[in-house]
Design a protein around this ligand. Sequence first.
Ligand code: GYE
Length: 369
Amino acid sequence: MKKHITWIQHKLGIQHKLGLQHKLQIQPKAWILILFVMAALFGGCGRDSDHTEAQAENPPEPSVVVGFSQLGAESDWRSANTDSMLQTFTRENGYTLIYENGQQQQSKQITAIRKFIQQDVDYIVLAPEKETGWESVLEEARNAEIPVIIVDRRVAAADKNLYTCWVGSDFELEGKKMCAWLGSFAEAHGIAPEELHIVNIQGTIGSTAQIGRTRGLANAARENGWDLMEEISGDFTETRGREVMSMLLDKYDNLNVVYCENDNMALGVLDAIEEAGRTAGSDIANGEIMVVSFDGVNEEARELARAGKISCIAECNPLHGPRVEALIRQLEAGEEPEKHNYVDEKIFSAEEAVREIEIDGVTYKVEKP
Ligand code: GYE
């Protein structure tokens, strides 16, 4: 909005200068000058009043300028998240969105934020690649008095006033839900805890989604006596998921559970299982390899869950656009939003044996995928 006004002023300034030069050229002929001035005056008046009327009928839309730094495009979850933002912060809704894709590089995200500060945007929305390394640039935004809304993953900052608020998922709870499901499934099928030979294919190391989901499994494995054989990153991508799983299948012939920290990696894992001549499914007593994963956004993954190839999916909801907008509206109205805003999420499985799970006294229904 501020930039828009500056631009109009700039244009008016140029028009003013042109008009002056024109008048100077005809100055020697007084009568022509008089005619010119009158014509200019009347004509000008006419144009001005037309302009004012047009403005009254069609006042310029107020526009809130939002700079959005997305971390990249590694998964279907990420694409859905980006789309949600692009569809929310439209001109029709009263916004000017400046969108920057960080291509999986924190340095690019930092550059984008600096650019937003230079452009003097009204709000900065940041979907950070990982938790650490944001202090300096957030400080710069705070000095420029631009509110920063963090979305999805979190930033690790000792000074919580470096950002205005955050909206996203409870990733450790997602991990706990998955482990509660796995524990109940094993119990219902008479599988002893030490017979669960698990590998964890992790997301991008240092991202909140990875940290929370990894912690959920590591704690449950320790508490239940499961055999957690290896934790290795597949970087949230299908390609890495496939590569890492091929390597793990060569390394461990007793592997029977793959805890995959997102659906895209699970798609790669399923390919690797098939290529190795093995079968994905929950009948681990008869040699199947159980795959469980997170997100539930990708329709292909949901279909595979219906077919029992992915045994369980803990939902992670990416539709943050309207949630961020609600926070901006609160700020525009001078209200102070909640600092941390969590999204409610479900858990899906086609398995009949476990229809509900309980975590810290809360019961979650296990839904059909
Ligand atoms: O689960 C994964 C994505 O941070 C919640 O990042 C997000 C994760 C999501 O690429 O698919």
